[in-house]
Structures are given as structure tokens and as C-alpha cells.
Write a protein that binds this ligand. Structure first.
Ligand code: PXP
Length: 246
């Protein structure tokens, strides 16, 4: 069964819109995580950004102590956040590139260009008992470099596919890139996750990408939840994921 990691960052985005800098406020991303688990999420994902624009340090500690499913901590490779990850010990970290001016994670990690740093980070995480995933574009060079770092997982960036969804030719090119990258990664012994920009409309075509273990989905679920509630939004996504053959 294809797993669903629910990204709860945007619950914190809403909280910070009113309660920025305070140690409390609603809506609570931890409560969202517990509701998501109840509705069928098989994991919870949260991105502790350097600028703390949504998730803040206390959220990560509370998530670790409260949720029953694995915690996937998305993070940039910067010393401060690495130390937090090593102290909190999430089930897995997903290493992502981070730019202060971006609205959300834009491209994948340049594993080719930062192979040594990423390998060192993988070793530190592994020594602390934390699995590592690398968020990369579906590019064969990045997949091959990822396999050399010692990371157990990659997460294929589906943002370009989601952006191209309404143009059939471009969409098919992006699907082919995802299929090829997933096959290559699987052949190299990597576990393959995917995410970014996925929603109930574009999810059905993702079924042609083989070897996927988990999808990480945030924005579309939280947006839909505003109208129909979080459990219904999650069940709609799970229905769109059902029947995945791998
Ligand atoms: N995976 C990674 C690595 C991400 O950075 C994000 C966005 O935070 C997601 C998945 C989820 O993307 P979306 O919010 O578009 O579903």
C-alpha cells in the first residue's frame, strides 16, 4: 500500500499569521497531526525552516512526543538544524534546499554539487539512528549521486510535474522523468518517495511511477480541509492513492 505522509506546515502557517513570536496559538499543528493519523495518514511531515516561518522548535518536540506514526523532519543542511535533528531524533530526516525568499521548496537538492557535505550529514544522522531521505529532482545524475551518499531514501520532487499538469506534452515529459528516475533509484538500492504539488486531480497519473513507498502531501490537503475538514480531505487523497500497484 502506498503510504501517505501528511505535511502539517500550513496549519502552523495559519497559526503564525496571528500568533507569530508567541508561545501558543491556534490552530495547533500537533492536533492536526493527531487528526491526520486518525484519518489514515501513515506518517507526519514537518519542515523546520531556518526562518521558523511556520513550524517552530516546540512543534517538533511535541510532535515527536505525541504522534504514533513516523515523524519525517524536513530540513536544510545547516548546523543549527542538524543539531536540533540529532537531539530530537525523528524517525527520518528529509534533506531539502532552502532559500529565504522562496514561498515553498523550489528545486531539489543539488547532491552532485554537495556530495561530500551530504555524505557527512548522512553519516551523522545514521550514527544517531536517524534515516535520511534526499529531496531531489527526477534527474539521473542526482539519483546516482544520491546512491553514493549512503542515504536510504530519495524523495522525487513532483513540483515540475504538478506545474505541467495542464499541458499534456510537458506533463508526459515530466511523468517519464519520474518513471525513469524511480526505476534507476530502485535499481541502485534506494527507497523512493515522492511529493510536492500533488492533489486529487494530478495524483491518478502518479500511479504509473513504479516503486513508490510514500507520498508527502501538504498544501492541497490543508487547503481542502478549510472547506471540508481535515479527515475528509485526507480520505479524499487516500482514495486517489488507492489501487497503486507499485
Ligand atoms: N516534500 C517536500 C520535501 C517538501 O518540501 C514539501 C513542501 O513543504 C512537500 C513534500 C509537500 O508539498 P505540498 O505542500 O505542495 O504538498
Amino acid at each position: 500500500m502506498l503510504k501517505l505522509g501528511v505535511n502539517i506546515d500550513h496549519v502552523a502557517t495559519l497559526r503564525e499569521a496571528r500568533y507569530r513570536g508567541m508561545n501558543h496559538g491556534e490552530p495547533d499543528p500537533v492536533e492536526a497531526a493527531l487528526i491526520a493519523e486518525e484519518a489514515g495518514a501513515t506518517g507526519i511531515t514537518a519542515h523546520l525552516r531556518e526562518d521558523r516561518r511556520h513550524i517552530v522548535d516546540r512543534d517538533i518536540r511535541r510532535l515527536r512526543d505525541s504522534i504514533r506514526t513516523p515523524l519525517n523532519l524536513e530540513m536544510a543542511i545547516v548546523p543549527e538544524i542538524i543539531e536540533i535533528a540529532l537531539a530530537v531524533k525523528p524517525y527520518i530526516v528529509c534533506l531539502v534546499p532552502e532559500k529565504r525568499t522562496e514561498v515553498t521548496t523550489e528545486g531539489g537538492l543539488d547532491v552532485v554539487g554537495s556530495e561530500v557535505l551530504i555524505r557527512e550529514t548522512c553519516t551523522r544522522m545514521r550514527d544517531a539512528g536517524i534515516r535520511v531521505s534526499l529531496f531531489i529532482d527526477p534527474d539521473p545524475r542526482q539519483v546516482e549521486a544520491s546512491a553514493r551518499t549512503g542515504a536510504e531514501f530519495i524523495e522525487l520532487h513532483t513540483g515540475a510535474y504538478a506545474e505541467a499538469f495542464d499541458q499534456k506534452r510537458e506533463r508526459n515529459v515530466e511523468i517519464e522523468r519520474l518513471v525513469a528516475a524511480s526505476k534507476l533509484a530502485h535499481g541502485l538500492g534506494l527507497n523512493v518517495n515522492a511529493g510536492h504539488g500533488l492533489n486529487v486531480r494530478n495524483l491518478p497519473l502518479i500511479h504509473v511511477v513504479p516503486h513508490l513507498i510514500e507520498l508527502n502531501i501538504g498544501h492541497s490537503i490543508i487547503s481542502r480541509a478549510v472547506f471540508v475538514g481535515l479527515p475528509t480531505a485526507i480520505r479524499e487523497i487516500l482514495a486517489a492513492m488507492a489501487g497503486y500497484k507499485g
